[in-house]
Design a protein around this ligand. Structure first.
Ligand SMILES: [Zn+2]
Length: 125
């Protein structure tokens, strides 16, 4: 999952530098800088495809005015950031299952396991 992002157009091998987002309820196609996250209704585009994009009939195109900058050569930081954010967006993790390694004895068991000269015999299986 660390390969550089490619243009999403069929057969286009170029690196994606822009992200096309369809805003359906406004009938607008937004061509902006490469999005950090892949979201529904977004398509990564290389620069020529981003520049030449035409909207479907009845749609407007809002295009990023500046230069499209390719992502920095090392995206590991960004990937790590993306993963951290994704991690944070997950539902709350279950608490660590410490008790599998260190079983907590039921209350009183330590005192009942050995009471005077009596000893609790564990049930046989
Ligand atoms: Zn392309």
């Amino acid at each position: 999952m660390r390969s550089p992002r490619r243009c999403s157009r069929n057969g286009c091998p170029r690196q994606a530098v822009a992200t096309l987002t369809y805003v359906y309820n406004e009938s607008t196609a937004v061509v902006g800088p490469l999005a950090a996250f892949a979201e529904p209704h977004t398509y990564d585009l290389c620069e020529p495809h981003a520049r030449s994009l035409t909207a479907p009939r009845g749609w407007e195109v809002v295009r990023h005015e500046g230069e499209f900058e390719p992502p920095p050569p090392t995206t590991d930081d960004l990937v790590a950031l993306a993963e951290a954010v994704r991690e944070a967006a997950r539902p709350a993790p279950r608490p660590p299952q410490d008790d599998q390694n260190h079983p907590t004895p039921p209350p009183g068991s330590s005192s009942t396991s050995r009471r005077g000269h009596l000893r609790v015999i564990p049930p046989t299986h």
